[in-house]
Design a protein around this ligand. Structure first.
Ligand code: PLP
Length: 417
């Protein structure tokens, strides 16, 4: 069990309890930005993942959405967790999750965070350099290590291979160094980058991991765990959907070819976006408006919204293509104008999308609704310029209750049971 983040609100059936911090009022200002989060959706996404890749155990990537409600529900559903820092480890361990269900999957870790993992029995760690091995040998000699491989991640919206991952050529040396330091390497990991657009990115990475396993055995390591990372697309993407047979088929075929079940290798993954993208819908209010006449006589509209880049719309972690928001106001099709959507802060780069979107003429006070806002939104927001992150309103329906996950209230605090 765990208490929810202070700036949240929980609604379950008839009951509705405010969990807002003092000063913001029971409902906050009626025009503050908010998100509606559907906890039942987590059960559907978990089921979809397990059905598509039954041979793979999901370790949810906490960084994607670290809401205590999300972590509680996923812990109850039985996922493992991918943590990137001590705070994330504390959050997950604080829910009573066994350390064996956690991977500390950041190849560059502060020494104090490594010591925390060692003290709390979190053994599975990733590394990609000799320097990291030296640190782990000093602070967590009993760790079970996964060697993170560099991948070809050009097909992802957010590639990471320039920052993390060892080249295949460097692996032999890293494996012998680990052995010489008395460290146990138990497998390999990779990450194809977030919002990967093709399952083929996994095929080469899985084949490379097989080579690392052979090198590892040669160096005397007991290689028994393969971590295929995250990167699986969310539901609303324009690219090939995970549920389509190509994803399931391509990844399963690669696993069957390079890691057939009879070899007894445990396969894990670190999905984030796949679980979270469809989890939240954001409602954002227009707080100011400006109409500008362009030189050719066309009308350009600028809307200033009460949520933006420093809140739920972090540009770097969303697709550059704008999603046309649903306009609450209109029933029929009104004329559309090119519009720039700005966030509320004084930073000129605080805009929701790099390109303009086409919208009907709107007024101050109107609402825009954005679906699929659960991944890398609230977990990346801050209160720059004094604009607080959107309040999150959690709902729970019959699906979780059928699975035995419920909510209990004690002295005004809600806990998941
Ligand atoms: N694993 C690692 C190592 C990551 O760095 C990330 C995201 O940055 C994830 C998993 C989650 O990725 P995604 O949300 O694309 O599934």
């Amino acid at each position: 069990t765990a208490g929810p983040r202070s700036q949240s609100r929980f609604v379950s059936g008839e009951r509705s309890l405010s969990l807002l911090p003092p000063g913001r009022g029971r409902l906050g200002d009626q025009q503050d930005p908010f998100m509606l989060a559907d906890l039942d959706m987590l059960a559907s996404r978990h089921q979809a993942f397990c059905q598509a890749l039954p041979q793979v155990s999901p370790f949810y990537a906490v960084k994607c959405n670290s809401s205590p409600w999300v972590l509680c529900v996923l812990a109850a559903l039985g996922t493992g967790f991918d943590c990137a820092s001590q705070v994330e480890l504390e959050q997950v361990l604080g829910l009573g999750v066994a350390p064996s269900r956690i991977i500390y999957a950041n190849p560059s870790k502060p020494a104090s965070h490594i010591r925390y993992a060692a003290r709390h029995g979190v053994q599975l760690l990733t590394f990609d350099s000799e320097e990291e091995l030296t640190k782990v040998a000093q602070h967590h000699p009993g760790a079970r290590l996964l060697l993170r491989l560099r991948t070809q991640d050009r097909q992802s919206t957010f590639p990471l291979s320039t920052k993390f991952g060892a080249s295949l050529e460097a692996c032999g040396h890293l494996l012998t160094s680990a052995r010489d330091l008395g460290l146990a390497v138990v497998g390999a990991s990779f990450y194809v980058g977030s919002n990967c657009q093709t399952p083929q990115s996994f095929t080469q990475a899985i084949a490379d991991c097989r080579c690392v396993f052979e090198m590892g055995h040669g160096a005397g390591h007991d290689m028994s765990c393969l971590d295929i990372g995250g990167g699986f697309p969310g539901t609303e993407d324009s690219g090939p959907k995970f549920e389509e047979m190509s994803w399931q088929g391509v990844i399963s075929a690669a696993l069957a070819q390079d890691f057939p079940e009879e070899r007894g290798v445990k396969v894990i993954a670190e999905p984030g976006r796949f679980y979270m993208e469809s989890f939240c819908t954001a409602a954002v209010n227009i707080i100011a408006k400006k109409a500008v006449l362009e030189p050719g006589g066309s009308r350009q509209l600028m809307y200033y919204l009460n949520d933006g880049h420093y809140g739920s719309f972090r540009l770097g972690h969303r697709k550059p293509v704008p999603r046309v928001p649903i306009v609450v106001k209109f029933c029929s099709q009104p004329p559309l104008f090119p519009c720039t959507l700005y966030g509320p802060t004084c930073d000129a780069s605080d805009r929701l999308f790099l390109e303009d979107v086409r919208l009907p003429e709107l007024d101050v006070g109107d609402w825009l609704v954005f679906p699929s806002m659960g991944a890398y939104t609230s977990s990346m927001s801050c209160s720059f310029n004094g604009f607080l992150p959107a309040t999150i309103c959690y709902t729970m329906g019959p699906q979780l209750r059928c699975l035995g996950v419920g909510v209990e209230e004690e002295a005004g605090n809600l806990t998941l049971i």
